[in-house]
Design a protein around this ligand. Structure first.
Ligand SMILES: Nc1ncnc2c1ncn2[C@@H]1O[C@H](COP(=O)(O)OP(=O)(O)OP(=O)(O)O)[C@@H](O)[C@H]1O
Ligand SMILES: [Mg+2]
Length: 299
């Protein structure tokens, strides 16, 4: 990056009070880096700030927040014409921060912001769901969905990522499998799925490695299905230990479709989408993202 690079940090309002971030921003500005900061209040703000960043000629737009904030910024960047498209930077300030953690983004504000501004920009895939939804990290359906949509906001800020799991365990009595048909190139499966993970990245739900083989630059998705033919505790044990068993189905696909007789909810980077039909397509080399050279999600 040159001294004259223009950077825009889009900060989720939930993280706006972070003192370490304020110091990191001040330090970079003192080094001569141009860094504008915008704070979101609600859904849609991040997308508008990306448009403003493009008008400013930004080299990098930094998502300061969790997976949902990264999702909004990445989606908006994808819609910018390639010639003007800034790179994505990431400063983890969410609850679970699954994408940032899996990417090995530094967890101190200072180091994360340095990487976001000066790191190498790698081309990565995004994933499109139905007409106009996207994800950068993971889509989860079934049990995992209930965990993330039903974890109360206060529990989230008190316990961080662990709250997803705890809350999920407390709700075991409500656990119900989703019947669905999943098709893709040379792939068809029909049955009751407890958890469906579709990974561009590897982990969701606060550190659960649902799609351990997924890479963000391989033009493919890893589908992992946890079927309900076994008792729940055994299922949980295998999910937590990462052990394989015959009730876990795995496939690597460039696209897939999911059909259910009743409405199903998928979480796309933690934000819900309900429908009876899902068409999911990888968008190869959709955006560029500043990542550490040892990023475990790069192939
Ligand atoms: N000022 C704000 N206060 C509360 N919510 C906000 C604010 N600004 C944006 N949002 C909403 O926050 C959600 C995204 O949150 P994000 O995913 O970044 O954090 P998180 O859910 O706490 O972290 P993670 O997804 O990593 O667990 C979006 O739905 C967005 O509309
Ligand atoms: Mg979120």
């Amino acid at each position: 990056m040159s001294e004259s690079s223009v950077n825009v940090l889009i900060l989720n309002g939930k993280g706006a009070g972070n003192e370490d971030l304020r110091q990191a921003v001040t330090a970079l500005r003192q080094d001569g880096v141009t860094l504008h900061v915008r704070v979101t209040w609600e859904q849609g703000d991040a997308g508008r700030y990306v448009d403003e960043a493009v008008a400013l000629g930004a080299d990098t737009v930094i998502a300061g927040g969790g997976d949902g904030t990264i999702n909004e910024v990445a989606t908006a960047l994808y819609h910018v014409p390639a010639a003007q498209r800034p790179a994505l930077g990431i400063v983890p300030l969410g609850t679970a921060n699954d994408f940032a953690t899996a990417c090995a983004i530094p967890d101190t504000m200072e180091n994360a912001l340095q990487l976001a501004v000066k790191g190498h920009a790698y081309t990565i895939d995004l994933v499109k769901v139905n007409q106009d939804r996207f994800f950068i990290n993971m889509a989860t359906g079934g049990f995992g969905t209930r965990i993330t949509t039903e974890t109360p906001e206060r529990l989230k800020s008190a316990l961080g990522g662990v709250s997803y799991l705890l809350h999920g365990l407390m709700r075991m009595d409500t656990l119900k499998a989703d019947h669905c048909v999943i098709t893709g190139p040379d792939f068809r499966w029909e049955g009751d799925a407890l958890v469906i993970g579709i990974g561009n990245g590897k982990q969701a739900g606060g550190g659960q490695a649902l799609c351990p083989e997924a890479l963000i630059n391989d033009r493919l998705l890893q589908l992992r299905l946890f079927t309900s033919e076994e008792l729940v505790p055994a299922f949980l044990r295998s999910m937590l230990s990462g052990e394989e068993n015959q009730n876990v189905i795995s496939a690597t696909l460039p696209w897939l479709e999911i059909d259910a007789p009743h409405e199903m909810t998928f979480n796309l980077d933690g934000e819900p989408l309900s429908d009876t039909h899902f068409r999911i397509d990888v968008l190869p080399e959709a955006i560029a993202c500043r990542l550490p050279p040892n990023c475990p999600l790069l192939g």
